[in-house]
Design a protein around this ligand. Structure first.
Ligand code: BG6
Length: 484
């Protein structure tokens, strides 16, 4: 059973980067396919003194940049723009919310509200909404990251939100959960009987999760320098991927069941200490180099000041539970790496004995590639064709599920399309529950405390390389090597 769809969306941060690059194009995508409810309105709000026409012009420009011209027909565009209205609002000024309530009008009880603003504005926003009567039981509130910078600040945000909205009304966004291949991980594990018997320490040697980016700061220095790679990528997206790989089978694909299993996995993460932080993690910061053949400046130069913030992190996580006892989860992420690549690689244990004298058997691997291509690949050993006079020769060959080919007639959507529609329709499975976020922060805080206690600072790596060489040694010390 699902709740009634929202009648309108209020978008805080309506002129911001996320709104332009992702949210407005996603809402357009939903509208163009007839997926928004009849008469659905989108009310934008931000500090800029725009009017409806001004925000529509901004939105039209954003759509022009993000949407394939073949889909951006004038008819579809005009219909979408007609849904938009704008209310200028300084959330810290008293009384400003009345205009928003007036704009919501009769839809005030059936709103979806999306906060795409700095978390420092969450508290006054939530208070303002409650005071203006915009926090009724039919309202859903979506929160965009960062949800705090550590466990304490995250709890403070969650407490503030909870003064006006119940947990069931609170939709915490992790846009990785909106990606098709991430959802496919659940389908792969629980839609096939093949993997489950092998899915444990008995048959899996290690798991590798890589999120490599070629971009640098992208003009987000103020935010990023206060966050760093661990908080920006590991705390949320990568730990969610880990949870989906590691969780026990939920009884149903249903919000409570799925999130109960994820949080159990996250809580099984072994916290770091000063000793284990130094032994099982490496941080780095990029120095000037070249990415894709183009020279790029170092982090400090891009930022405009020296900094000790990490732009790369590699770590070995362990889950202390029966299923994963002794299986290292290798995780690494960084900016200005040689290529954009997001993947999960499951490496199975080697065959116990080779019957083929002299032929090396490579362990099987299951590689789930999320970006840039969506693809699932199983590597297998196969016989090389030939008469085998000198003995059987084997070679590793891939068994590929090219998702782009298998589902060639479906459009690749922006992750936010799925999440916005789920928000509007009140489906919380792909949103992060409070206990999950807090378990993620506990783990991340233990590592940061470990770095501080061990006096660790980021090592330099050349932009366009795979991070500090210590990261390679880290994997090798744990009986693995990074896939490159
Ligand atoms: C965001 C981070 O959450 O995710 C960015 O703040 C990062 O730093 C981005 O670039 C990566 O997302 P995607 O979907 O491009 O992999």
């Amino acid at each position: 059973m699902h709740a009634a769809p929202s009648a309108a969306l209020i978008l805080f941060g309506a002129t911001g980067d996320l709104a332009r690059r992702m949210l407005l194009p996603s809402l357009f995508g939903l509208d163009a396919e007839g997926l928004l409810p009849e008469g659905f309105r989108i009310i934008g709000t931000a500090r800029s003194a725009l009017d409806d026409a001004g925000w529509r012009a901004l939105a039209a420009e954003a759509l022009g940049q993000a949407i394939d011209p073949a889909r951006l027909t004038s008819c579809a565009r005009d219909r979408f723009l007609a849904r938009l209205a704008y209310v200028p609002l300084d959330v810290t000024a008293p009384g400003g919310f009345d205009a928003l309530a007036a704009a919501a009008g009769a839809d005030a009880e059936r709103l979806a509200i999306f906060l795409s603003t700095a978390p420092s504005l969450f508290a006054p926003t939530v208070e303002g909404l409650a005071r203006a009567g915009l926090a009724g039981s039919g309202v859903r509130l979506a929160l965009e990251k960062p949800l705090g910078h550590d466990l304490a600040s995250s709890r403070a945000i969650n407490d503030t939100v909870a003064t006006a909205f119940t947990e069931a009304q609170t939709f915490r966004i992790d846009h990785y959960l909106g990606k098709e291949t991430v959802q496919n991980l659940i389908a792969l594990r629980f839609g096939n009987a093949l993997f489950e018997p092998l899915w444990s320490a008995a048959h899996i040697e290690h798991v590798q999760i890589t999120v490599a980016e070629t971009v640098g700061l992208e003009g987000r220095g103020d935010y990023y320098d206060g966050a760093g790679a661990l908080r920006d990528m590991v705390q949320n997206h990568m730990l969610q991927l880990l949870a989906l790989v590691a969780m026990e089978p939920p009884a149903m694909f249903e919000p409570g069941a799925v999130r109960d299993e994820k949080v159990k996995a996250l809580r099984a993460l072994r916290p770091f200490t000063a000793e284990t932080a130094a032994a099982f993690s490496v941080t780095g910061q990029y120095a000037a180099g070249a990415v894709g053949g183009a020279p790029v400046p170092g982090y400090g130069e891009e930022l405009g000041r020296p900094s000790d913030t990490e732009t790369f992190v590699a770590l070995i996580a362990h889950l202390d539970n029966w299923r994963w006892r002794g299986v290292p989860f290798l995780m690494r992420t960084g900016k200005r790496l040689p290529e954009r690549r997001t993947e999960i690689a499951i490496r199975f244990r080697p065959a116990p004995h080779s019957i083929f004298a002299g032929a090396a058997l490579q362990p099987n691997q299951l590689i789930i590639a999320l970006q840039p291509q969506e693809n699932i690949r199983l590597t297998l050993m196969a016989k090389q064709p030939g008469l085998d006079r000198g003995g059987v020769k084997l070679r590793e060959v891939p068994l590929d599920v090219g998702l782009a080919n298998a589902f060639a007639d479906t459009r690749r959507r922006i992750a936010y399309e799925r999440l916005l529609l789920d928000l509007i329709e009140g489906r919380p499975t792909l949103f992060v529950r409070r206990d999950e976020v807090e378990a993620q922060w506990s783990f991340v805080d233990s590592l940061r405390a470990g770095w501080a206690a061990a006096g660790m600072t980021p090592r330099r790596y050349i932009a366009g390389s795979w991070g500090p060489s210590a990261a390679i040694a880290l994997a090798e010390r744990n009986g693995a090597s990074w896939r490159e």
